[in-house]
Structures are given as structure tokens and as C-alpha cells.
Design a protein around this ligand. Structure first.
Ligand SMILES: O=C(O)CC1=CCC(=O)O1
Length: 260
């Protein structure tokens, strides 16, 4: 896997799949690494060249001092594309990945074909919840919030049915570098991209989770209604809908990206 330099921050990048196929870039959620896309990889790599990466502060990427911003995350993506010499990609980002997708769609439209913005928000009406989380993590580490976060990621039903997958997701969260996690929470505490949405011209699919309390259907609907021509699909899942409903998620992605 190449490490790509984005303004001095080394970003862990993986490129797999169909050579010469259209390129799809996947972008992770807070506290997840590029491994979160494992349930989609078999199907997606048959159709696309798939780029995954660990957002700065996550996984095997560097953890420069924060706070971070959506613009910084967006510029990291453009650095990856430039380094790989790739002109244009489709985008699928979940949660923070969807927020970065909004920034990119509005600020670098020529580099993006279609956008999929899953389980995401363009702003938080109550940003103090991120400040509270920062406080708790500074005192007690990620372990202090892990159970509550996992309860938001996956429905109780799924957690009971799939304890191994749930444990794997929790390990991924607990392995997050604390400084990187905090710097990302700071970016979330100031998020407001409402004004940007009207600038997005790429065909856009918004995916929302019926049981997602972190970024509820109303947050997805706000994004959909402000992006010209955007459509929305609702999946029977909580926040990490690609893990909870892998087939429905993959079908939505492939269906949208391959339709003319
Ligand atoms: O991790 C969470 O609690 C949910 C979340 C919100 C933004 C994001 O990326 O994850």
C-alpha cells in the first residue's frame, strides 16, 4: 500500500480492483479505518478500480497535531489523486467521509463524477455534543465513549445477532489514535457546510439509515433537498450502514454508479 504525502502528512492509501475500470474512492467514518469497507470490496473491485485511504489521524496514516478541518481533509484527497495521476473519480463517503465528499463536490467539482454521501450531515444543530465527547475522551481515552459510540453505529438487534462483527468494529474504534480522534471531533464541532451544498453539480445519491441517531434521516434529507437533482435511499440500519446491511448498501452504490 502506498504512503502518499499530503502537505507533509503521510496518508495510507490502497488501490485495488479492475484496471482500466472507472475509479471509485471510498472515505471512512470517524474512528474507522479503510478496513470498514471490507464488506463491499469483493463486489466493488469487480466493477471499479477502488481507492481506499485512512483519513489523517486514523489507521496507518500520520497523526499531525489538530484541529483538522473539512478543507484539510478535502485537500488530502486531492493530493492523493494528484499523486496517483488520477483526473476524476466517483466518491462514496460515510459519515465524515460524506462530509469530505460535500466539500470536494463543491470545491473541486471537475475531479468528481458521481457522489454518494452516506449517513452524514452538513452541520450539527447541537455541536456541544462533540465538545462533550472531546472532554470525555481527553479524560478517559476512547474506551470511555466506546460502548455509546458502538450503540450508535449498529442497532441492538445487529449487535446481538453479529457479536463478532460488533467486536471487530469496537477494536477498530479502540485502536484509533487518540490525538487524531480528538482532532477530528474538533472538525465536527465546527461543521457547517449548508451554504456549500447548492454548488454541488455532480449527480448525488444520499444514503440514510432508518435507525441512525448520529446522522438521522432528517440530516440526509437536508442534504438531498439542497443539492440540485440529488436522490435518497434509506437503508434499514443504524449509522455504519455499509457494515450492518452490506448487500443493500453495495447494491445501492453499484446501482447508482452504473446507471446512465
Ligand atoms: O462516531 C460517531 O459517533 C458517529 C459519527 C458522526 C460523524 C462520524 O464520522 O461518525
Amino acid at each position: 500500500m502506498p504512503m502518499i504525502d499530503a502537505d507533509g502528512c503521510l496518508i495510507n492509501v490502497s488501490v485495488e480492483g479492475r484496471d482500466g475500470g472507472p475509479t471509485l474512492m471510498l472515505s471512512n467514518s470517524l474512528g474507522c479505518t479503510l478496513q470498514m469497507w471490507e464488506p463491499q470490496m469483493k463486489a466493488l473491485t469487480q466493477v471499479f478500480r477502488v481507492i481506499r485511504y485512512d483519513r489523517r489521524g486514523h489507521g496507518k496514516s500520520n497523526v499531525p497535531p489538530g484541529p483538522y478541518t473539512m478543507e484539510r481533509f478535502g485537500r488530502d484527497v486531492l493530493a492523493i489523486l494528484d499523486d496517483l495521476n488520477i483526473e476524476k473519480v466517483h466518491w462514496c463517503g460515510l459519515s465524515m467521509g460524506g462530509m469530505v465528499g460535500q466539500w470536494l463536490g463543491a470545491n473541486a467539482p471537475e475531479r468528481f463524477g458521481k457522489l454518494i454521501l452516506a449517513n452524514t450531515s452538513c452541520y450539527y444543530a447541537e455541536p456541544t455534543k462533540w465538545l462533550e465527547r472531546i472532554d470525555v475522551v481527553k479524560k478517559g481515552g476512547i474506551a470511555a465513549v466506546a460502548d455509546a459510540v458502538i450503540a450508535g453505529w449498529l442497532t441492538q438487534d445487529f449487535r446481538e445477532r453479529e457479536p463478532q462483527i460488533t467486536a471487530k468494529m469496537k477494536s477498530m474504534l479502540l485502536a484509533s489514535p487518540v490525538e487524531g480522534y480528538l482532532a477530528c471531533c474538533e472538525a465536527l464541532s465546527t461543521l457547517d457546510q449548508r451554504e456549500m451544498l447548492a454548488k454541488i453539480k455532480s449527480p448525488t445519491l444520499v444514503i440514510a439509515g432508518r435507525h441512525d441517531m448520529a446522522t438521522p434521516i432528517s440530516a440526509g434529507e437536508l442534504i438531498r433537498s439542497n443539492i440540485p437533482g440529488a436522490s435518497m435511499t434509506i437503508i434499514d440500519a443504524a449509522h455504519i450502514s455499509n457494515v450492518e446491511q452490506p448487500h443493500a448498501f453495495t447494491d445501492a452504490v453499484v446501482g447508482f454508479l452504473t446507471q446512465r
